[in-house]
Design a protein around this ligand. Structure first.
Ligand code: LLP
Length: 431
C-alpha cells in the first residue's frame, strides 16, 4: 500500500511510522517535523553490508555518504553498524568527530577543499582523502610535508559515463566539475604526479557518476571504465591500484511510478563485471568501496506538516497550504522532485483530490503540484513520504524559519535527535 514498508495504518485510521501513530508525534513535537525510523535506517545499513560481504568478502566496504542525512546520532548508528562514512566538508567532518566516529573509516571529499579542511583531515587522521584536482593535490602534499605525516589518498576520476537522471546530479560525464577526466589523459597525468609528490600515498581511484540513478547499467559501465583505467595505469606507470571506490547514486522509489532495482542487484551486477574484467586483464581484485547516501535514510524519513487554508481557485487549482516549505524541503523547487502525500488522520481513505501543496515561504514554493491527496481541511496533518535524505541536510533559514526538529522512532517510542531551532537561534550570529 505504501512505498516503504515501515509505514502502516492503525485501528484509528491514522498513518503510522515504525509502529508509532504519526498524528501523536505531530501533537507532541509540533509541525513541521522530521521523523526518522531507526529500524529501517539500520536495516538498510545491514542490507548493504551483507550484499557487499556476499560479493566481495572482506574486500567490500560500505561507506555512507553523510550529506544525505548528517547529525551526530547518525554517526553513532553508523559506528555501531560498522559502516564507513564519507564527509564532504569540514562541517560534516566536525560532526563525525563530535560523535566519536572512528576517523580511520572516514573518506573526505570535496572539489574545492580549503587548506584548513585539508589540515583538519590530516590532523584527525581520516582514512582516505579523495583528491579532486591538481591544485588540491599539490596543496595536500605541501601541508602533509609540513605536518610530517603521510596522506592516504584516492584520485577522483570522471569515467565519462552518461546517466539518466536530473542534470544537476549528473557527475560522471566530461562536463562535470568533479575529478580528473579518464578519456583526455588528465587522469593519467594526475596519477603520475601523485606518485611523485612527497608524503602522498596513492591508494586507488574513486568515481561517482550521479544520483537517483534507477538503472543498473550505468553502474556497470562506470565500473568497467574504472577497471580499464586501472589497467591502463598499470601498463603505463607500473602502478596497480589496490582500491576502487565506485561512489553512490542508487536511486529509490519516491512514488508508485518509480522503478528502483533492489540494491543487492546493483552490487551483484557490478561485482560480476568487476571480477570478470580483473580476470581478463590480469588484475588482482581491488578493495571495493561504495558510497550509498540517499538509499539508506530516504525511506526511513517522513515530514509532517499541519494544513492551513485550502485555497480553491475555481477552474485553476486547489492549493493546500502547509506550515513548512522549501526551507525544510527544497527538492521540488530545485529538481521538480516528486513525492507522495498522505493526510495522516485519513490515511485509509481514498485519495480523491488532485491538489498543489504550497509552502509558506515568500515564493511560489510548491512541495508538489498535481498530487493526489485525501480531502483535507485546515488543521489536518499531512505527511510527505521518503523525505529522510537531502531534506533536513539541505534545509535553510530562508524567511528566518527555524529548522524543524528531527525525532527518531524506535520500538514504538520517539526521541529528539536534533532539536528544533528557536527564534533566538535566528539572531544568534547577528551583531
Ligand atoms: N559519493 C559522492 C562523492 C557524492 O557526491 C554523493 C552524492 C554520494 C556518494 C551519494 O549519492 P546518493 O547515493 O545519495 O545518490 N541533493 C541532491 C543529491 C545530490 C547528491 C550529491 N552527491 C538531491 O536532493 O537529490
Amino acid at each position: 500500500m505504501f512505498i516503504s514498508k515501515n509505514l502502516g495504518v492503525n485501528e484509528l485510521g491514522n498513518l503510522t511510522i515504525g509502529g508509532v501513530d504519526a498524528s501523536l508525534l505531530a501533537k507532541e513535537y509540533g509541525t513541521p517535523l522530521y521523523v526518522m525510523d531507526e529500524a529501517l535506517f539500520r536495516d538498510n545499513c545491514r542490507r548493504y553490508k551483507r550484499a557487499m560481504e556476499l560479493d566481495y568478502g572482506r574486500k567490500g566496504i560500505v561507506c555512507y555518504a553523510s550529506k544525505a542525512f548528517c547529525c551526530k546520532e547518525v554517526f553513532k548508528i553508523l559506528k555501531e553498524e560498522g559502516l564507513w562514512a564519507d564527509v564532504a566538508s569540514g562541517g560534516e567532518l566536525y560532526t563525525a568527530v563530535s560523535a566519536g566516529f572512528p576517523m580511520g573509516k572516514i573518506v573526505f571529499h570535496g572539489c574545492c577543499k580549503t587548506a584548513d579542511e585539508l589540515t583538519m583531515a590530516l590532523k584527525n587522521k581520516v582514512g582516505r582523502i579523495v583528491v579532486d584536482n591538481f591544485s588540491e593535490l599539490s596543496a595536500l602534499s605541501e601541508i602533509a610535508v609540513e605536518m610530517d605525516v603521510s596522506a592516504d589518498i584516492m584520485l577522483r576520476i570522471k569515467p565519462c559515463v552518461e546517466v539518466h537522471t536530473h542534470e544537476l546530479v549528473q557527475t560522471g560525464n566530461i562536463d562535470s566539475k568533479f575529478g580528473f577526466a579518464a578519456q583526455t589523459g588528465e587522469a593519467l597525468e594526475a596519477v603520475r604526479l601523485a606518485l611523485l609528490l612527497r608524503n602522498i600515498n596513492l591508494k586507488g581511484f574513486h568515481c561517482h557518476i550521479g544520483s537517483q540513478i534507477l538503472d543498473t547499467d550505468s553502474f556497470v559501465k562506470a565500473a568497467e571504465a574504472m577497471l580499464l583505467f586501472i589497467s591502463e595505469v598499470k601498463e603505463q606507470l607500473s602502478f596497480e591500484a589496490g582500491e576502487l571506490n565506485l561512489g553512490g547514486g542508487f536511486g529509490i522509489k519516491y512514488t508508485e511510478e518509480d522503478k528502483a532495482p533492489e540494491y543487492e542487484l546493483y552490487i551483484n551486477d557490478v561485482s560480476a563485471r568487476i571480477k570478470k574484467l580483473c580476470a581478463d586483464k590480469g588484475l588482482s581484485l581491488p578493495l571495493i568501496m561504495i558510497e550509498p547516501g540517499r538509499s539508506i535514510p530516504a525511506h526511513s524519513g517522513i515530514t509532517l506538516y499541519t494544513a492551513g487554508e485550502v485555497k480553491v481557485i475555481p477552474e485553476v487549482r486547489t492549493y493546500v497550504m502547509v506550515d513548512g516549505g522549501l526551507t525544510d524541503n527544497p527538492r521540488y523547487s530545485m529538481y521538480k522532485a516528486k513525492y507522495e502525500f498522505i493526510a495522516v488522520n485519513k490515511a485509509s481513505e481514498p485519495k480523491s483530490e488532485i491538489v498543489s501543496i504550497a509552502g509558506k515561504c515568500c515564493e511560489k514554493d510548491p512541495l508538489g503540484e498535481g498530487v493526489k491527496l485525501q480531502p483535507v481541511e485546515s488543521g489536518d496533518i499531512i505527511a510527505v513520504l521518503a523525505t529522510g535524505a537531502f531534506n533536513y541536510s539541505m534545509s535553510s533559514n530562508y524567511n528566518r524559519f527555524p529548522r524543524p526538529p528531527v525525532v527518531m522512532v524506535r520500538n514504538g517510542k520517539a526521541r529528539i535527535i536534533v532539536k528544533g531551532e528557536t527564534y533566538e537561534d535566528m539572531i544568534r550570529n547577528d551583531l
